[in-house]
Every structure is written in C-alpha cells, then in structure tokens.
Ligand binder design. Structure first.
Ligand code: NAD
Length: 502
C-alpha cells in the first residue's frame, strides 16, 4: 500500500490524539478496488443463502466486541455513553434485517405482459449486483451510519469499499477487523483519508452512495455524471416540527428536546426548527426550556449524562454563529446559548423570538439548538416549513390524526413523522431520502434497499417460437395492415379502434 501520510484523529472531549489512520493515495485505493472486484465474483455466486452465515458470524463478532468498539467510538466522537453504545446494536439490527430479506429481494420476478403485443412472451426481471460499491460517510454515526448502506450492498452481492469521515474513522476501521477475523471473503474494506481519498474512491467504483453535506454531494454528483455511474446522495436537512394547538404538549415537548438534542443535534433528521400555534406557544416554550435546562451535559458513565460534545471545534463555531446572529437580531435565549469552556461542547439551547431572516432558521445548524417560532395557524406553519432549500424530514403534532396527515401530505419532505420524531430513520422498511437540496435517491425501503445496488435485467423468452414473426421482415402490405390494425385496436378507444391505418 502506498502510504504518504498519517491522519491524526482527535478526541473532541479533551483534544488528545485518539489514534491514527493512513491517508491512502489514489493508486492504493485503485489497487484495493481491484482486489475487492476479484473477490466479488465468488461472493455474488454464493447467493443470499450462502452469504447469510457470514453475516451471522459478523453480527456475533460485533456484539462480542461492542464494549471496545463503543469505547473507541466514544473517544473519537465525544458522545455520551448511551448514544455511543447504541451504534453497534443498530449495526447488528441492520445486518439481521438485510440478510433476512436479501433472498426475496434478489429473486427473479415473473412479469405479466402489459398487452396482447407481448402476450406470447415469458417476461422476467433478474437483479444483478454492481460489482464494487463505494460508500462515503460523515462523522455523526461512525458505525451505524456506514452500516446503513454497507449492509444492503453486501447483502445484494456487491463488494464494498467504505470511506469513513476523516474526523471519526477509528471505530469503523476497528469494526472491519471483525470481517477479517471471522475469515469472510475480501469484499468489505475501508479507504482512509480526507476528501481526496473520497474523490479517488468515486473514480474506481461502479456505484457511489454518499452521506454528508450538500456542498460535497454536489461535487460527487458531478463526478458520477462524468463517469456515468449511479449515485445516491443523503445530504443536509433543516427539519421543521409543527405543533398544533390540539397536540399532546407534554409528548411534543419531550420529543422536541430529544429530537433536537440527540447526539448534540448532529443528526441529519434532527429537529432544527419548531413552529407552534399561538394558543399553546407560551406553554410549549416554558415547558421546553425547563426540560432542556434539566439535561445533564458532559462525559461520564452510562446513565450519568444526557448531552455530549460535538465532533469538531468547527461545528461548534457554526452553532455559536447561529446563536449569536439570532440574538443580535432580537432572538432570546431561554436556556443555554454558550460554548462550554474546554473541549467542543455547546450548551443545549432554546431560542425564541426567531424569524426566517435568521441563519438559525435557514441554514443547517447541526448542533444542540432548538429555535422556536410562534405561528398564527397551521397554514402559516406549512408555508414556513416549506420555505427552505432542504426537504429531508419533518414532524406534525396534533391529536386529530386526519388533520395531521393532511398537513403531512402538504410538506415538501422525504418523510413526515406524525406525533413522533426521528422514527423514520429507525424504520428500515420505509425509504429514507431527501427532497430538494437534501438529496437524490433514498436508502432503506425494504427490498428497494437491496435492489438499489443491483442492475435490473429484463429477460424475454417466446412461449412459442415460429420460424418468423408477424412484426419481422418482410413488410408486405397484408402483414403491415394486420400489425397496424392490431395496434390501433389495442391503443384506440371507441370508434378510433377501427379507424384508417398506415
Ligand atoms: P462532508 O460533506 O464534509 O463529508 C462527508 C464525507 O465526504 C467525508 O467522508 C469526507 O471525507 C468526504 N469528502 C469530502 N470531500 C469529498 C470529495 N470531493 N469527494 C468525495 N468525498 C469527499 O460532511 P460532514 O461534515 O462529514 O457531515 C455532516 C453533513 O452530513 C451534514 O450536512 C449532515 O446533514 C449530513 N448528513 C446527512 C445524512 C442523511 O442521511 N441525509 C446523515 C448524516 C449526515
């Protein structure tokens, strides 16, 4: 392996070096890609049933090593233990689900002819995996994040090269040790480095799955277009929460706090802005501020704290800018509002008196802030919720479910949780994808998650095979008239079925 540099990974909690990974150059990445391509052929031939034991063995290895993996993940992210410890369990759940449905998803399907034109053919669709899939991921969920896409791609029969974020590569690289240790085929490996390594990966794969910022997503879409490979982009969000006057306010407050502050707000589908109908606004913000003020922040053993650090100092800068700009324009901080001295934490924050001129309501904050705006009615809430370049997910709160569903249908977002937050991300049978600048394509969605990493192949076979067919040569007047009359009779309606042909 060509290795010119080493990348130092810092622990956000105290700035110490948590570990290092090599910065892989393009030639090393291309060489690794060739090795994986070679191994993919046998991996594909194993079929879903043949691959299943490898997934089971790997799941067991991950669960057996959950403690060490969580330690490393916590060190490189600054997450509280509860949130760090969820990641391996989630990865195991993803492995179980996608390996279970792979056989059905990859089975050849027989299709009925759409009309008499193809009635004499047997029609089927088979699914053939891309040989090598690239998965590029951000730093907010170093293990669960990659596994959301790696698992269905491997289950489809692809080889996968994953490029974890340069901010948090250590726990994923450690998790990959398990794939080697159980002796699984060499179809799953990591590429380490920063943006350059990611760009080099895009150049050697057959399909690219990217999760990260909208700015990087655009670059990847351009390169994928130049190479004419498929891509799926899961990008940023500015998810709105709409609380109507008839909502269960206690549940809505608890959900706003968790949905806005889980993982220090570094979740693509976190609650980034809240619109509350005027009659319940005062009650909502009073209760939310009290709830958030009670949260315990900092490192500590399981159960001792609720909110951790942010992954990088530059992420804290963004949060601080959004809060400071809002306050300078007239917003009020009900609780929090400052960076925590030392490390990279920002206090859990509730902002009120905000409006749509402010960065905290327009740009992705990706931090532990909950800006809340009073709205006159549901119409104003829907208008403001849709007034965004993003469209990842949203939530609507009302005890009148029909009304909530009606509003859900009018929101420009890839997912809407009714009386819930983040639930779509934990539901692998639903598609997870962004509208507008939040992405192209989607992940998950039951069988679609696996077929996404395949090329569909259409097969036709004649039920009877005469020496010649009516549509083939020669185009005699009689044959042409029969064909054209048939087409017209099939496609036309009413008296047009029997009109003039040719
Ligand atoms: P980022 O775009 O800076 O980096 C993401 C990954 O892309 C990293 O691995 C990085 O090394 C790589 N990269 C950078 N430049 C590249 C290039 N030119 N070619 C190929 N790869 C390149 O994003 P980030 O700061 O790591 O993550 C935060 C962002 O991720 C937020 O915007 C967040 O909303 C988004 N996100 C989205 C989802 C989702 O499912 N929609 C989930 C999690 C995070």
């Amino acid at each position: 392996m060509t290795q010119t540099e080493v990348l130092e990974v810092l622990s956000p909690a105290d700035g110490r070096i948590a570990g290092t990974v090599p910065v892989m150059e393009a030639d090393a990445i291309a060489a690794r890609a060739a090795e994986l391509r070679a191994a993919q052929v046998a991996w594909h031939q194993l079929g879903a049933d043949g691959r299943a034991p490898w997934f089971a063995a790997y799941r067991d290895w991950l669960l057996d090593h959950a403690g060490e993996l969580t330690d490393l993940l916590q060190l490189e992210t600054g997450k509280v233990r509860h949130e760090a410890a969820m990641e391996v369990g989630m990865a195991a759940d993803l492995i179980n689900y996608f390996s279970k449905i792979a056989g059905g998803a990859l089975a050849t399907e027989q299709r009925k002819p759409h009309s008499i034109m193809s009635a004499a053919k047997r029609l089927s669709v088979s699914y053939q995996p891309h040989q090598l899939v690239g998965v590029i991921t951000p730093w907010n969920f170093p293990i669960t994040g990659p596994f959301m896409d790696v698992t269905p791609a491997l289950a489809a029969g692809c080889a996968v090269l994953v490029k974890p974020s340069e901010v948090t590569p250590l726990s994923l690289v450690a998790a990959l040790e398990g794939w080697r240790e159980i002796g699984a085929p060499d179809v799953f490996a990591a590429v380490t480095g920063a943006g350059g390594a990611g760009a080099a990966l895009v150049d050697v794969v057959d399909y690219i799955q990217f999760t990260g910022s909208t700015a990087t997503g655009r670059k990847i879409a351009v390169r994928a277009a130049e190479r004419l490979i498929g891509c799926s982009l899961e990008l940023g969000g500015k998810d709105p929460m709409i609380v109507l006057a008839d909502a269960d306010i206690e549940r809505a407050v608890n959900a706003a706090a968790w949905g806005g502050l889980f993982n220090s707000g570094q979740v693509c589908v976190s609650v980034e802005r809240v619109y509350v109908e005027a009659p319940v606004y005062a009650d909502f913000v009073t209760r939310l501020a009290a709830k958030v003020a009670d949260l315990r922040q900092g490192p500590g053993p399981l159960g001792s704290t609720d909110v951790g650090s942010m992954a990088t100092a530059s992420q804290v800068d963004i949060v601080e800018r959004h809060v400071d700009e809002a306050v300078a324009s007239g917003a009020r901080v009900l609780t929090g509002g400052r960076r925590v001295p030392g490390g990279t934490a920002f206090e859990p924050t509730v902002l009120v008196d905000v409006d749509h001129t402010m960065s905290c309501m327009r740009e992705e904050t990706f931090g532990p802030t909950i800006p809340v705006m009073k709205v006159a009615d549901a119409e104003e809430a829907v208008r403001l919720a849709n007034d965004s370049a993003y469209g990842l997910s949203a939530s609507v709160w009302s005890q009148d479910e029909a009304r909530a569903l009606d509003i859900a249908a009018r929101l420009d977002a890839g997912a809407v949780n009714v009386n819930d937050v983040l639930a779509n991300l934990f539901s692998f049978t639903l598609p997870h994808g962004g509208w507008k600048e939040s992405g192209i394509g989607s992940r998950f969605g039951a069988e679609a998650a696996i077929r996404k990493y395949c090329r569909a192949k259409a097969i036709t076979t004649p039920k009877v095979a005469p020496k010649n067919e009516l549509m083939w040569y020669p185009y005699t007047k009689t044959r042409s008239t029969v064909v054209h009359r048939m087409l017209r009779a099939l496609a036309g309606r009413g008296k047009r079925r029997i009109g003039k042909v040719g």
